[in-house]
Design a protein around this ligand. Structure first.
Ligand code: SAH
Length: 213
């Protein structure tokens, strides 16, 4: 066995563990003028670190070209860059998050921030990391995300509302294969007027899928 294949990667070996990522994420700026219709919610540090750490353990982060689809404040991009991604492209539709993304990701050189619609992404990527709108405010607003990540990316890490589990699994099976499925509970901070508690818990499905395109 060669040395390279001995570990999940340099960055994992160098002790960039999940806790370190979580701590760094907790210091980042959050949404500027958050917009409910875009379902702007930051993935909580524990979930974001977990999603990307798992992807890294699967060999899909270090040295890879990564799409952060619907980047928001950049927590998933940040995690991937900490874990040695070769290049991350963070695509976010809301121009008001540009300053936040620039500030949060400023210590990395191999990041490209694109303000635009996910539907316009034409490049190919090794890996997608994606916590999209769930289509709860504007129906089907998640569909362009699913389409692009399965069309343009080989390995896909997708978080979605557990309520849509059957749909997500069926979709992923049509356009590739599901390599792992997990139920996780995420924590949503109070951000909009319809929220009544400081934090809401929400059951989510997290999948690792391989696209056939
Ligand atoms: N991925 C981030 C943000 C999740 S919220 C995180 O994990 O914290 C979903 C994000 O998708 C929001 O920032 C929203 O503005 C963005 N978004 C919504 N529709 C979009 C579209 N069509 N194209 C690109 N980004 C979009």
């Amino acid at each position: 066995m060669s040395l390279i294949s001995l570990s999940a990667g340099e960055h994992l070996k160098n002790n960039i563990n999940k806790k370190k990522i979580e701590m760094a994420l907790s210091k980042l700026l959050t949404f500027n003028n958050p917009k409910n219709h875009l379902e702007q919610y930051p993935t909580d540090p524990s979930t974001a670190a977990y999603l990307v750490f798992m992807a890294a353990m699967d060999g899909n982060i270090e040295g890879k070209k990564i799409l952060d689809a619907g980047a928001g404040t950049g927590v998933l991009s940040f995690s991937a860059l900490m874990l040695g991604a070769d290049e991350v492209v963070a695509v976010e539709i809301d121009r008001e998050q540009l300053m936040v993304l620039e500030e949060n990701l400023r210590k990395f050189r191999n990041i490209r921030i694109v303000i635009g619609n996910i539907s316009d992404v034409e490049e190919r990527f090794d890996t997608a990391i994606c916590n999209p709108p769930f289509g709860a405010v504007i129906r089907d607003s998640d569909l362009p995300f699913l389409d692009i990540i399965f069309r343009n990316c080989k390995n896909i890490y997708l978080l979605h509302n557990y309520k849509n589990r059957d749909f997500i699994l069926e979709y992923a099976k049509k356009r590739g294969r599901v390599l792992r499925e997990e139920k996780i509970t995420i924590s949503i901070p109070r951000m909009y007027s319809h929220h009544t508690k400081n934090y809401e818990k929400l059951d989510c499905i997290l999948i690792w899928a391989e696209s056939s395109s």
